[in-house]
Design a protein. Sequence first.
Length: 127
Amino acid sequence: MDESKPIFQQIAERIENDIISGALPEETQVPSTNEFAAFLRINPATANKGVGLLVDSGVLYKKRGIGMFVTRGARDRLTAERRERFRDEYLAPLLAEARKLGIDERQLAALIQTTAPSPSTTTKESQ
């Protein structure tokens, strides 16, 4: 667990990541708050708060007496939100710093290409 963020937010992010990666497809059931609590050794109320965030945002929905499920369109919506956040949190500051340093778009693209791992390296590392 990451100590810089509240545990309930980390649970919500973990579920979001599983939805985005396809590990939790739309209309599938997510682990219960008790399962999260037992696995992570946390209070069930904390797990419930993380799941509740996703219910409130429409990513998950409850089937009474059965559990929580991933809503239709959740993956696309989460991906779009993450891309927007990526642009705001990473690209905007990167471009601002590049401008300060006199690095134009072509030079920045070349830096990214020479710095980024090759696809074959990335594939090997993820296996």
